[in-house]
Ligand binder design. Structure first.
Ligand code: HEC
Length: 104
């Protein structure tokens, strides 16, 4: 007995779909500039700093990661960053660290 091709294709598609990452519709492949977009609202374009909000362009990568986990853990004085820091995955924080380190 031969299986009709459309059935085979359907089965292959079902396997492919079930192998896709589950979870919210958040794009897995957002680029760093996309992830960093909301930061500009306070830190200015390209993290240049704006008013009392500190400049983060050129922030050292290691320092960024340390600062971020300190915000997350409430170990660094913050008015808002302690809450913002919890909204990003570790992978995204890595992307942000790379990105801001390269900005001048
Ligand atoms: C609602 C305004 C706001 C947004 C949005 C925001 N920040 Fe901040 N950020 C601040 C403020 C204000 C501080 C100073 C610490 C505090 O008061 O929370 C700060 C501090 C920081 C610091 C520490 C700077 C230093 O002095 O060492 C880093 C790093 C940082 N922000 C990164 C980011 C990144 C990356 C994003 C985007 C994912 C972001 N911030 C989004 C307001 C903001």
């Amino acid at each position: 007995m031969t299986v009709p091709t459309p059935l085979l294709l359907g089965a292959a598609l079902a396997v492919a779909l079930s192998a896709a990452p589950q979870g919210p519709a958040r794009a897995q492949s957002a680029t760093a500039p996309q992830i960093a977009l909301p930061c500009a609202g306070c830190h200015g374009p390209n993290g240049a700093g704006e008013g009392p909000v500190p400049r983060i362009a050129g922030y050292d990568r290691q320092a960024f990661l340390q600062t971020w986990s300190a915000f997350r853990a409430n170990e660094r004085p913050a008015t808002i960053m302690n809450r913002i820091a919890r909204g990003y995955t570790d992978a995204e924080v890595g992307q942000l660290a790379d990105y801001f380190a390269t900005l001048r």
